[in-house]
Design a protein around this ligand. Structure first.
Ligand SMILES: [Zn+2]
Length: 386
């Protein structure tokens, strides 16, 4: 077992340098659609990794920023993957208005928590491994994604193919509690229903109309019947729009449906049920078009996940923190890596709050040292895939 107190001390020694790097990268605007900004933030991370001896492979995009993979070869057998994104939800100009600021034990700034704080943290764990001369791995591969905040359209395949050959994946999305780690997330489905009816005068000839709103109302009730809070399935019709005028029978209605599921089987069951609801018809002569589906599969425990959680608990106990196993209703790129069967630990970034709110997003300073130490020790002691 690793000397966790020594690692904790080494992490504490990097605290000021970590904050200085966090300030630099937070103050680079890198909203997903700001290609130059995203690439500038990516370059910042690549420079740190290159200094640590990593080889960088760029996976260029034309409209979005470039994804990249950084790889370091060791002399052991385990293949370890680090994963995170460096795009943000904030448009260009946000950091000029709300630059990185420290007050009341917190580091504020756009994407400080989600997830530049985690990306820099992973780099500092790697610095400690270098300082220790630790090389007991076949490779450490850092997959850095430029388009997570829009669902990872250009990076998903890269993430899945890298993850499938790894022993374990560590994701640096925000930690919600100082001793918290995360191995389960719900899968996320996005469905759209469009109902086409027939317009008619609501007073003179309503019998000639076919109300798209009425048909949609029947469908929404059936959709909500799919909820099963006990097993964690949620289905909610959260966006709806139908008809244009009070005195015209509505010939069009649209509805956006959010779905969350805990298992892949449940995702299949709900998808099937939504298809049947779309095909069914209560109001004659209406026609329904269904689009969308499950976008991120659930992050489920796979063989090897419990061993990673057990190791996390030992490390967190050794750091003198309270260990907390979290789960989340929100998806991350960890959903993709667990779905290919590789044990995945997520939520390894620093503790923080208020992701996606430029004014109030922050990282808790007191969590930084121990979170760097946790990742360092995980990389040292992580078991091979069973
Ligand atoms: Zn994130």
């Amino acid at each position: 077992m690793t000397d966790i107190k020594d690692i904790q001390q080494r992490a504490a020694g990097y605290y000021d340098a970590y904050l200085a790097d966090l300030e630099r990268i937070v103050n680079i605007d890198s909203g997903t659609f700001d290609r130059d900004g995203v690439n500038e933030a990516g370059q910042f991370l690549q420079d740190i990794l290159t200094d640590l001896g990593f080889e960088i492979t760029l996976h260029p995009n034309t409209e979005l920023g470039d994804n990249f993979v950084a790889t370091l070869k060791g002399n052991g057998t385990r293949k370890l993957m680090l994963l995170g994104h460096f795009d943000t939800v904030y448009p260009a100009g946000t950091t000029t208005e709300r630059p990185f600021t420290i007050r009341d034990g917190k580091a504020y700034g756009p994407a400080s928590m989600d997830m530049k704080g985690g990306m820099v943290l992973a780099c500092y764990a790697l610095k400690i491994l270098r300082d220790l001369g630790f090389e007991d791995f076949a490779e450490i591969t850092f997959v850095a994604n430029a388009d997570e905040e829009i669902g990872s359209p250009s990076s998903r395949k890269l993430i899945e193919s890298e993850a499938s050959r790894m022993d374990a994946v560590f994701v640096f999305e925000p930690g919600r509690a100082a001793g918290g780690v995360l191995a389960t997330r719900k899968g996320v489905g996005m469905f759209e229903l469009a109902v086409h009816g027939v317009a008619a005068h609501a007073g003179a000839s309503p019998q000639d109309g076919r109300s798209a709103n009425l048909e949609m109302a029947h469908k929404i009730i059936k959709l909500h019947d799919l909820n099963d809070f006990e097993i964690g399935t949620t289905v909610s019709a959260n966006q709806m729009h139908g008809g244009e005028r009070r005195n015209v029978i509505a010939d069009y209605a649209h509805c956006g449906v959010d779905v969350r599921v805990v298992t892949g089987d449940e995702g299949d069951r709900v998808t099937q049920a939504i298809n049947e609801i779309a095909e069914g018809q209560v109001v004659p002569d209406t026609r329904t078009v269904l689009t969308g589906g499950i976008n991120r599969p659930p992050m489920e425990k796979v063989p090897g996940t419990e061993a990673l959680l057990g190791l996390s608990k030992t490390i967190v106990d050794g750091l003198g923190r309270e260990y907390v196993e979290l789960n989340s209703g929100g998806g991350s790129d960890g959903n993709f890596t667990a779905a290919v069967g590789t044990p995945t630990l997520d939520g390894l970034g620093p503790e923080g709050q208020n992701a996606h709110n430029a004014e109030t997003e922050y990282v808790v300073l007191d969590s930084i040292t121990d979170r760097i130490a946790l990742t360092t020790a995980l990389l040292i002691d992580c078991p091979a895939k069973p």
